[in-house]
Design a protein around this ligand. Structure first.
Ligand code: LRH
Ligand code: MN
Ligand code: MN
Length: 426
């Protein structure tokens, strides 16, 4: 859909203005000390995975308003991520959700992934819904269930997910559990934790040694009295009990209001247990809004911790898996994902502009205002020319959303797939 020539044609009218803006930024006295080509290179290297379940219009329990042209097969989902990747060159991987995306034609999928320059980064298990023909129900939990037979079924499902992932060269299993209780007394809190730990350990044992298990936490929903893994402390304790390749996954929407997420990120980096992110925007809770749409300063502060810990020799070097987990019901999902990626890159760019040496000095001297102003200087910089330059240098569109609209992508997808195609997902 987007050949190099097509992208060059779409970029052409925007090029002169872009160059002016980039130069203006490069000439700013505050940034003269900064290695801007180095920053652009870091942005070009940064990749964020796209979840297969965010490519269709999200619904709420009250309803769903289909947009049309939604992908209904794994092949179509890969092709949609290919469109994003062609435009921003920053979304080169896909996260699968089993059983919504059971891979069938493995050689065909491998070929398609290769053509689009994509990889499968992780597989997510699903023990929060009962599947057709499944002998046991997850109504009262899965890995934490009181009945061993239910736990074994859930363990086996996770092992099967690893099997599917291996066929497509994924190396990460993400586990999010809906397990918990709705009423006081319903569940024995310690025993539920221990059963979960045992089940996760069994899955971990069955995983190849070069795989990572990401353990996601969430304070409430679908259970409203207690969740078995409600917070990062519980995730961390489970990971520490299981093994070094078990890591904590931070979903930005899975915190109670006003939680200091950047501090959680700093702690997990320090302990060598930050495995990855699910990026999204949150006003109240697990809203799954566009990343950076509600709290851009918080997103910047999270990236500030990531950049700071990356240059600190005392922090364990570890791979962090970046993924978006957002989906809702009023935007075109592909435009929403382009916005999310752009907001993530902007937060990263701003974090890279922080004058870290002066910040350290100000912190050591307890100069509160100076320290805060250093962060504000970086946060308030308009980094859009840097992000656009990263898109351009990596062969993408200077303005991915404008290019998406100018090319009439959604209209084409509706023509190909119809007005009522339905995607699997949340
Ligand atoms: C539920 C949830 C969670 C998982 C996703 C698959 O809250 O959004 O974040 O990662 O479903
Ligand atoms: Mn998530
Ligand atoms: Mn969620």
């Amino acid at each position: 859909m987007f050949s190099d020539q097509r992208l060059a044609d779409l970029n052409q009218p925007l090029l002169a203005e872009h160059q002016l803006q980039f130069q203006h930024l490069a000439d700013s006295p505050r940034l003269r000390q900064v290695d801007l080509p180095g920053v652009v290179q870091k942005l070009m290297d940064f990749q964020v995975a796209i979840p297969s379940w965010a490519l269709g219009t999200g619904g709420t329990r009250f309803g769903r308003f289909a947009l049309g042209g939604e992908p209904s097969t794994l092949e179509q989902k890969i092709s949609d991520v290919g469109i994003l990747q062609a435009l921003n060159r920053s979304s080169n991987s896909i996260s699968l959700h089993i059983p919504w995306d059971i891979p069938q034609d493995i050689p065909g999928l491998q070929q398609l992934l290769k053509e689009q320059g994509l990889v499968i980064d992780s597989v997510n298990s699903n023990t929060f819904q009962d599947q057709k023909d499944q002998p046991h129900s997850y109504k009262f939990g899965s890995l934490s269930h009181t009945d061993k037979a239910v736990r074994e079924q859930a363990i086996q499902h996770n092992i099967d997910c690893v099997g599917y992932g291996r066929q497509l060269d994924a190396k990460t299993l993400t586990v999010w559990l809906a397990d918990g209780s709705n009423f006081p007394g319903q569940q024995h809190l310690r025993r539920a934790f221990l059963r979960t730990q045992e089940s996760l350990a069994a899955i971990y044992e069955a995983m190849p040694s070069d795989w990572t298990m990401l353990v996601e936490y969430k304070p409430y929903e679908p259970n409203f009295y207690s969740m078995v893994i409600p917070d990062w402390g519980t995730s961390l304790a489970l990971c520490q009990a299981i093994g070094q390749n078990a890591q904590v996954l931070v979903d930005l929407g899975h915190h109670l209001p006003n939680t200091n997420i950047e501090q959680i990120v700093a702690r997990l980096r320090q302990f060598g247990r930050l495995g990855g992110f699910h990026f999204n925007g949150s006003m109240y809770g697990d809203d799954d809004l566009t990343t950076g749409s509600i709290k851009p300063f918080q997103l910047f502060l999270i990236f500030n911790e990531l950049v700071d810990s990356a240059v600190d020799q005392s922090v364990p070097a570890e791979a962090v898996a970046y993924m978006i987990d957002a989906s809702h019901n009023v935007k075109d999902p592909l435009e929403d994902l382009l916005q999310s990626v752009e907001n993530i890159l902007s937060a990263y760019a701003k974090a890279l502009l922080v004058d870290r040496e002066t910040l350290n000095e100000a912190q050591e001297a307890n100069d509160v205002v100076r320290a805060e102003e250093i962060l504000r200087d970086a946060f308030l910089t308009d980094v859009r020319p840097l992000v656009a330059e990263a898109y351009r240098q990596s062969g993408g569109a200077l303005n991915p959303i404008a290019a998406y609209r100018a090319a009439g992508v959604r209209e084409q997808l509706i023509r190909q797939r119809g007005k009522h195609s339905v995607s699997t997902g949340l």
